[in-house]
Design a protein around this ligand. Structure first.
Ligand code: HOZ
Length: 428
């Protein structure tokens, strides 16, 4: 049983989980303990089947246990799990990534999104010789000290006001600004002239729920960074390969100096990437003095999963057309179900990821995301779970669609949503 599995886990793990977002703290109940997954479905230890819109928090764009990815991983694992030495497969993956992200001329493979963003920030400081970093309110770039200030994701979900353990001297080097507010950034650059090393941004926010940039916002960020000699860092860990074979930089033609990738690029294995202009990457050791390393970096099994995933996407010319069409249908169907039952809700979508907020105002930043009725979200989450639909257990996250979600899955989800909203409206 999930409740018993949680009790056992609580004896050995804080909160019974190995990442806080997995606990059902803000929605109530016991987290599902997963036994296996296949395609669009996950199966828990009670033998219940769920339509999964968490997708391991984003990586599983092909669906779970995709046969081609599993074959590549199995084949590669049989030849050895880790060498701590370069392989040709790493270069193959890098070429696929460069093809998708022309802004990444050179890159470094790491193990997690946290490592990628932490290293990109260090590189920005090392390259510019400046101390300050700008991030946006509610943005979550992993859990490195300098990026955990005013963070989203689990920090927002658990309403943790400030994280003990981060020295004030480090937090003070991170300046936090509202997203979608170019005047605030302009003023910040003027106030801290010559001190800002870089601006790190999720070009589409994912960790306060999905929030899209206003028209022209990213271009204005680019312009200000260039004018003030600061690097622009796109954290595309969530958005990379979510809407096209590339990321927000491809769709907007706004070129960041550095880009961070994770999730899909590792096909469900621990792999992430940071990279960008060759001139900047030349500062990374051993070419330059900015140090960053990893025993398992470029792990062959993770690289194999990444290559298999990207190649499979690439081999299907209409992959994103189909995926985005289904995502649009799902989003519209759920929004209509909420409206028909009389709930005020706002739905934000980027490609195949989206979030519904229970509020009557446009959600454009963290402040407006927080106007959502999180108690209602929790009831909606529990209702959907009872219907066999597994959503992220937090208002401040996204739902992810995979290529394995069929039209029948979408239909089933909309029917479930209609039923749940009707029950909620009836006060059940
Ligand atoms: N970026 C994910 C949350 N939005 C990470 C999942 C985790 O923290 O476990």
């Amino acid at each position: 049983m999930n409740a018993e599995a949680l009790k056992a886990a609580e004896k050995v793990f804080p909160g019974g989980v190995n990442s806080p977002v997995r606990a059902f703290k803000s929605v109530g109940g016991s987290p599902l303990f997963i036994k296996r997954a296949s395609g669009s479905r996950i199966f828990d230890v009670e033998g219940r089947e769920y339509l999964d819109y968490v997708g391991s928090w984003g990586p599983m764009i092909l669906g779970h246990a995709d046969p081609d990815v599993i074959a590549a991983v199995t084949r590669t694992a049989a030849s050895g799990l880790s060498f701590g030495a370069p392989t040709e497969a790493e270069t193959e993956l890098a070429h696929l990534v460069r093809e998708a992200f022309p802004v990444i001329e050179k890159m470094r493979l790491v193990n997690s999104g946290t490592e990628a963003t932490m290293s990109a920030v260090r590189l920005a400081r090392g390259f510019t010789g400046r101390p300050l970093i700008v991030k946006f309110d509610g943005a979550y770039h992993g859990h490195a000290d300098s990026l955990l200030v005013s963070a989203g994701s689990g920090v927002a979900t658990l309403a943790i006001p400030g994280c003990p353990g981060i020295p004030e001297s480090i937090a003070a080097c991170t300046l936090v600004l509202p997203f979608n507010n170019i005047a605030a950034l302009q003023a910040c650059f003027e106030k801290h002239a010559g001190q800002i090393a870089g601006v790190i941004v999720e070009p589409v926010c994912g960790n306060i729920g999905v929030v899209n940039p206003a028209d022209g916002y990213l271009a204005a960020l680019r312009k200000l960074c260039s004018e003030h000699g600061a690097l622009l860092i796109f954290d595309e860990v969530m958005t990379g390969f979510r809407s096209c074979f590339g990321g927000v930089s491809n769709l907007t033609e706004v070129c960041p100096d550095l880009t961070c990738l994770g999730k899909i690029v590792g096909g469900g294995m621990p792999l992430a990437i940071y990279g960008g202009r060759a001139e900047i990457m030349a500062h990374i050791a051993p070419d330059g003095p900015v140090y960053q390393a990893g025993t398992l970096a470029g792990n062959p099994v993770a690289v194999a999963a990444g290559i298999a995933t990207l190649k499979k996407i690439k081999s299907q010319p209409h992959f994103y057309e189909h995926l985005l069409a289904r995502a649009g249908k799902l989003e519209a169907g759920i929004a209509a179900a909420a409206a028909t039952a009389g709930f005020k809700a706002v739905s934000n979508r980027f490609g195949s990821m989206f979030t519904m907020f229970f509020t009557d105002q446009p959600v454009v930043d963290y402040a407006t995301a927080k106007t959502s009725n999180t108690a209602l979200f929790a009831r909606w989450f529990r209702g959907m779970l009872a219907e066999g639909v597994y959503l992220a257990p937090s208002q401040f996250e996204a739902a992810f669609l995979s290529a394995a979600h069929s039209d029948a899955d979408i239909h089933h989800t909309i029917v479930a949503a209609t039923h749940v909203f009707k029950q909620l409206a009836a006060g059940k």
